[in-house]
Design a protein around this ligand. Structure first.
Ligand SMILES: [Zn+2]
Length: 324
């Protein structure tokens, strides 16, 4: 089992009641039921906000300057827009919230004219009203109103698009990522403040705590979200300075590593091939840590949000416990 790492958050999560229940579960002997600590997560659902297309230069990197391929590339590759729901014993948890369909229907969704121009050059979006978080959750038998918390890997618009549907949930984001909002012109980094700081949502900035767990030491710090070792947040900067990933360990499943946009495809991490966005050196540093984790946990399943293989890998790893 993972040694539980320390919890350090602005508002403590989990609550004392949850911690007491988790403690209780750890000490309870059970001969005929699976103890909570062995299978804290009942199911994982892979959700999608439609699909989009991006340039291969963006996805796989290129020596050409970014502005060059943004303006001249005529090649496109299809990309899924995934986010994830976890049925944990203590409540429904999301990892990211997808893209808001309003981006396709509301011409003013992106407030700056240059932003609207660049978006059309960088992405072709295929998203409709049926792709909103509330309807996508309904389609797999879940309710947005039951989400207890959502871990946000980073603040790009295709990861925060569903937050308006879950005002009751705590939205966890790294302090470092949150700090980007107070930098000049976060929209130039595709962080759209007006779609992040919306009325009624509850953002919680998390600070990672030191860990002496040998598996996690290379990452420096971590955060045990549920207090039971089943969902561990780790800093994986590079795509954005405050990007985080989530290591999920539950019962008989192999360990699952949800890496957000650290890489667009898992194979890029092993090839050390950085995309045409983000900070290459920082990305390589995070890739090395992920490869180290894979060496320590050979059955680790690495799950980028925009990798077409992610759905199949979750289904295979959870033996049907996940849903597309
Ligand atoms: Zn993304």
């Amino acid at each position: 089992m993972l040694k539980v790492c320390e919890i350090a958050m602005r508002r403590q999560l989990p609550t004392p009641e949850v911690e007491a229940r988790a403690r209780d579960a750890r000490t309870r002997s059970s001969s005929h039921t699976v103890p909570m600590r062995d299978q804290p997560i009942k199911a994982i659902h892979v959700l999608s906000s439609g699909t989009c297309e991006q340039h291969p230069e963006h996805r796989f990197g290129t020596r050409a300057p970014q502005l060059w391929w943004v303006l001249t590339s005529r090649r496109w590759v299809e990309v899924p827009l995934h986010y994830f729901a976890f049925e944990h014993h203590d409540g429904l948890v999301l990892f990211d919230t997808g893209l808001d369909p309003a981006i396709a229907s509301d011409p003013r969704y992106i407030s700056s004219a240059i932003g609207r121009f660049l978006l059309r050059r960088i992405f072709r979006l295929h998203i409709g009203p049926e792709d909103g978080l509330d309807r996508r959750m309904q389609s797999v038998g879940l309710s947005a109103g039951e989400v207890r918390l959502a871990v946000i890997s980073h603040l790009h618009f295709d990861h925060v698009g569903g937050i308006a549907h879950i005002p009751q949930a705590d939205l966890l984001v790294s302090q470092r990522e949150w700090d980007a909002l107070s930098q000049p012109h976060p929209e130039r980094q595709w962080i759209l403040r007006e779609h992040v700081e919306i009325p009624g949502v509850q953002w919680r900035q998390v600070t990672f705590a030191p860990t002496d767990e040998p598996l996690l030491v290379p990452f420096g710090r971590c955060l045990d979200v549920m207090g039971d070792g089943s969902m561990i947040l780790l800093p994986t900067p590079g795509h954005t300075p405050g990007s985080l990933s989530m290591l999920v360990r539950s019962g008989a499943w192999p360990p699952l590593f949800f890496v957000g946009d650290l890489a667009y495809e898992a194979r890029s991490i092993f090839a050390g091939r950085v995309p045409g966005t983000g900070d290459p050196e920082t990305l390589q540093g995070s890739y090395a840590k992920v490869r180290g984790l894979k060496e320590a946990l050979p059955d680790l399943v690495i799950l980028p949000s925009h990798d077409p293989k992610t759905v199949g890998r979750v289904l295979a790893a959870t033996r049907g416990g996940g849903q597309a």
